[in-house]
Design a protein around this ligand. Structure first.
Ligand code: SAM
Length: 288
């Protein structure tokens, strides 16, 4: 029975192993059973599912996941947590525990080793690397069904928003290219120990079967997007012409913007994903 989702049992196990929280690893452990239930429910886990959990901590959510899923792969960077996890996860025989940095794990090999089937990712993410983790999951092109994760509220808002808002940027476009984001629930700081000094939100990203736009070269699209938001206060034309990796002259950029009916002063934050894909396809044709 999952028994860690409260302050008493969490602090007891931390004391037993004299574990010292590592701020550098973004360690804020969940101590609210209600939120844990909500996350597992939102992820729609069944016994047919293989779940990848990033950062199991002391195994709080891992226990819930193991009780609903067929298999759980839990990847934890902090060696100091492994003896704790070995104890808290000992009642379960469907968990593979890996001590590694998720950003260095060969995700395709991990999927292969675990049957090659589709994966659901569920995690209370370390906030210092939320975006690199989400991008690595999408860009690895592993068979991914959904990602249900706790993130900083500000990041959740950036994932969801559209053009013309202050939060709109490269992350919004990348997430919306790969998935449909939805907010599951807001989570107050009192649901963690120690309390984070930011608000948190659970989001669910359901992977599109096909990307919503036609793109000739995905990597080039993302280079165009990054260049467009690199210098936020500059015009789109400047951002693109100054990005060495795009191989574009200013004249070529200006020509494409004109062909698309966009003024020379246009800024990246006004363009939809559809317009970015059109822009990237045209720039790809014209580049040196
Ligand atoms: N899942 C636990 C919970 O909800 O109570 C812990 C969540 S805590 C916010 C983030 C966890 O991610 C920590 O256990 C931390 O050590 C781990 N972590 C941090 N960086 C990591 C990385 N690069 N790869 C794998 N795990 C990481």
């Amino acid at each position: 029975m999952a028994n860690l989702g409260n302050y008493t049992n969490t602090s007891e196990i931390l004391r037993k192993y004299q574990f010292r929280m590592q701020k550098k690893y973004g360690q804020n452990f969940l101590i609210d059973a209600n939120i844990l239930h909500k996350i597992v429910e939102a992820a729609q886990i069944t016994e047919k599912d293989c779940v990848l959990e990033i950062g199991p901590g002391i195994g709080t959510m891992t226990q819930y996941l193991a009780e609903s899923a067929g298999r759980v792969i839990a990847v934890e960077i902090d060696k100091g947590l492994i003896p704790i996890l070995e104890e808290t996860l000992s009642p379960y025989d469907n968990i593979t525990l890996l001590c590694a940095d998720i950003l260095k794990v060969d995700l395709s090999a991990l999927v292969e080793e675990n049957g090659g089937g589709p994966l659901k990712v569920v995690a209370n993410l370390p906030y210092y690397i939320t975006t690199p983790i989400i991008m690595a999951l999408f860009e690895s092109h592993i068979p991914l069904e959904s990602i249900t994760v706790m993130v900083q509220s500000e990041v959740a808002d950036r994932m969801q928003t559209g053009p013309g808002t202050k939060d709109y940027g490269a992350l919004s476009l990348a997430v919306q290219y790969y998935a449909k984001p939805e907010i599951v629930t807001r989570v107050p700081a009192s649901c963690f120990t120690p309390r984070p000094n930011v608000d948190s939100t659970v989001v669910r990203l359901v992977k599109h079967k096909e990307p919503p736009v036609v793109v000739e070269d995905e990597a080039y699209l993302f280079s165009v997007i990054r260049a467009s938001f690199n210098q936020r206060r500059k015009t789109l034309a400047n951002g693109l012409a100054n990005a060495g990796n795009l191989n574009l002259t200013r004249a070529q950029v200006e020509q494409v913007l004109e062909e698309m009916g966009l003024p020379g002063t246009v800024r990246g934050e006004t363009l939809t994903l559809q317009r970015f894909s059109e822009l990237s396809n045209r720039l790809l044709q014209i580049r040196a």
